[in-house]
Design a binder for this molecule. Structure first.
Ligand code: CDP
Length: 215
């Protein structure tokens, strides 16, 4: 549980907690635990890129049709329960499909799509008085460089592949390689980010360490 001091910290302005890292590093689990402990909302920005990719696949759009990807991104709405609608169609059940895992790398490397989604992410935070846990690849480096806490989660590739056994090791290694080497907002340890290796550690353990940094 939080101390009184931590609770009042949670209400202070700029309680943006930015979490970046490769696939399977533990971002979503830790973001969920932090948001529950701190009583602030969380945003999974990966689901936003996935939603645009899934909508493009569903409509048969060409992934290199930048105008169409921009149109889809402009139609994205993330509901309070974290469901993703694109121009009113709920694409949430498609977000983890194998085809989406492949297509998302192309969509996320498109800087024009990133510009639309980054603007949505900043509006999301503004609507919450700059309090929220936000996870992705470029949150500390690009979206919220002034976040209160900037965290880069990692874990061994073996452990990440185990956590993502549905997707498979080859797919996560491929996504990580594309994410780290693309020109637009590549995955990297941002200035001022604290690196935390979650290999062999429980969600509670990692969450408590991060909460101790807020003191
Ligand atoms: O859950 P996992 O870490 O495996 O992936 P995700 O967070 O759902 O993100 C899926 C993909 O979206 C990543 O592989 C990136 O290509 C892209 N992404 C991004 O480029 N920037 C973000 N802020 C979040 C995700």
């Amino acid at each position: 549980m939080l101390t009184t001091e931590q609770n009042s910290e949670a209400q202070a302005d700029n309680l943006i907690i930015a979490i970046d890292g490769p696939a399977g590093a533990g971002k979503s689990s830790v973001a969920k635990a932090l948001s529950e402990q701190l009583l602030i909302d969380r945003l999974d920005t990966g689901s936003m890129y996935r939603a645009v990719a899934a909508a493009a696949l569903a409509s048969g759009a060409e992934l290199h049709d930048v105008e169409e990807l921009i149109r889809l991104a402009n139609g994205l709405e993330v509901t309070g329960e974290g469901r993703c609608l694109v121009h009113g169609t709920d694409v949430s059940p498609l977000l983890r499909d194998a085809a989406t895992n492949t297509a998302v790398s192309v969509v996320a490397a498109t800087s024009e799509v990133r510009a639309v989604l980054v603007a949505l992410q900043r509006s999301w935070a503004k609507a919450r008085s700059m309090a929220g846990v936000i996870e992705g690849r470029d949150i500390a480096s690009v979206v919220f460089p002034d976040a209160r806490l900037k965290i880069y989660l990692t874990a061994s590739v073996e452990e990440r592949a185990r956590r993502r056994s549905d997707e498979g090791a080859a797919s996560i290694v491929r996504r990580d390689a594309v994410d780290s080497t693309r020109a637009a907002s590549p995955l990297r340890l941002a200035d001022g980010s604290r690196e935390l290796d979650t290999t062999g550690r429980s969600i509670d353990d990692v969450t408590n360490e991060i909460l101790s940094w807020l003191k």
